[in-house]
Design a protein around this ligand. Structure first.
Ligand code: HSE
Length: 382
């Protein structure tokens, strides 16, 4: 089967190499890019009509990233009757409903496994598990950069800024590392995962998010003294017809599965009513892992691997005001007595608060103390 790759950057070139070297039966007929890598002179074009107008190209693999022009390219491909695979979490999260509807209207497939979890077949297996199970909850480490930073701080006692610079030099971080350290990257992956798990559509605004920009070596030392390990986790939990999704630094016991997941690895788990816990660990980013997931999606389309259809038409509502739990807050701002279970200098352990309530209180306190840091204390972690 002939395919086209849009963007021959890190992920696109990874997918290209894998197709060329693996004898998997796909052929890259065209590459869309302004940059022409050595040896690809005859393949690369800047004229998208050459791809749209070629009836032999059945799949378009989008590896450009960002919203535009990726949106215009992907929608044009779907309208032209081509299947689309994409690694682009920003695009998929932002246009989730529209892209699914467009694929359905045009009788083609849309797959985006690498958009959350990179090389891990997480979204594929989440959708697969849903065929005969109910996803009660999911949670995971979905960002390699922040896991690398927290792991180094935890194990080497490093300072935040110093390890962020290393993570950037290793190529883990987004072009603007704010997307990593402020949790926006995880928020998109969380919204996509929850949308699949609960056959609904969550947008970024549905997911209260707190990142790790303000975590300090002193915070980490405090957690270690309590036998706890800090990880940036995404959560989605269902109760009846309501879904609660949030992203926040989370304090886990040292023997929790995620606590042993170091470096830039991701670890994402689902809890099914029948299957119980399933956890997936692997490279959440990088040229070959993410390229691999992109190629796997193409092969599933070629091999007609059926997936439960996303209808996004259910009666699920999103409510971040559920699932209260206690929080660690380190701040010089005054935290209202009504929220406090215990104070220890600048540290407050709150009484159980919903993610919506805590994130709102944290945003208000951050106006006074921008260096404030919070972390959730999940009472039940396994
Ligand atoms: N910056 C992201 C990460 C890349 O560190 O996980 C993969 O989405």
């Amino acid at each position: 089967m002939k395919v086209a790759i849009l963007g021959i950057g890190t992920v696109g070139s990874g997918a290209y190499d894998i197709i060329r070297e693996s004898d998997c039966g796909l052929t890259v007929a065209r590459v869309l890019d302004r940059y022409v890598p050595e040896g690809l002179e005859g393949l690369v074009t800047t004229n998208y009509d050459e791809i749209l107008g070629d009836p032999e190209i059945k799949i378009v693999a989008e590896a450009i990233g960002g919203l535009h022009p990726a949106y215009e390219f992907v929608t044009a491909a779907l309208r032209a009757g081509k299947h689309v695979v994409s690694a682009n979490k920003h695009l998929i999260c932002h246009y989730y409903r529209e892209l699914h509807e467009l694929a359905r209207e045009n009788g083609v497939k849309l797959r985006f496994t690498p958009s959350a979890g990179g090389g891990i077949p997480w979204l594929f297996n989440l959708r697969r598990a849903r065929r005969c199970d109910e996803i009660e909850s999911l949670r995971g480490i979905m960002n390699g950069t922040t896991n690398y930073i927290l792991d180094s701080m935890q194990n080497l006692g490093s300072d935040f800024a110093e390890v962020l610079a290393v993570a950037q030099s290793l190529g883990y971080a987004e072009a603007d590392p704010s997307a990593d350290i402020d949790g926006w990257d995880v928020r998109r992956k969380c919204a996509i995962s929850a949308s699949i798990a609960y056959d609904t559509v969550l947008g970024e605004d549905d997911v209260p998010t707190f990142g790790i920009r303000t975590v300090t070596a002193a915070d980490i030392a405090y957690f270690k003294s309590m036998g706890l390990c800090c990880k940036l986790l995404a959560f989605a939990k269902k109760n009846g017809n309501e879904v609660t999704a949030y992203v926040e630094p989370t304090l886990l016991p040292a023997d929790a599965t995620e606590a042993s997941v170091g470096s830039n690895f991701n670890c994402i788990s689902l809890w099914g009513k029948y299957v119980g816990r399933l956890s997936f660990i692997g490279q959440g980013a990088g040229k070959y892992p993410t390229g691999h997931a992109l190629v796997e999606d193409m092969l599933d389309i070629r091999d007609d691997v059926a997936m439960k259809k996303q209808t996004a038409g259910g009666d699920i509502t999103v409510n971040a005001d559920r699932f209260p739990h206690r929080y660690y807050i380190r701040t010089t701002a005054k935290i209202a007595d009504g929220l406090v279970e215990r104070r220890d200098g600048d540290v407050v352990i709150t009484r159980p608060l919903s993610p919506a309530a805590m994130h709102k209180a944290a945003a208000a306190a951050a106006d006074i103390d921008p260096l404030l840091f919070i972390a959730g204390l999940e009472d039940s972690v396994e």
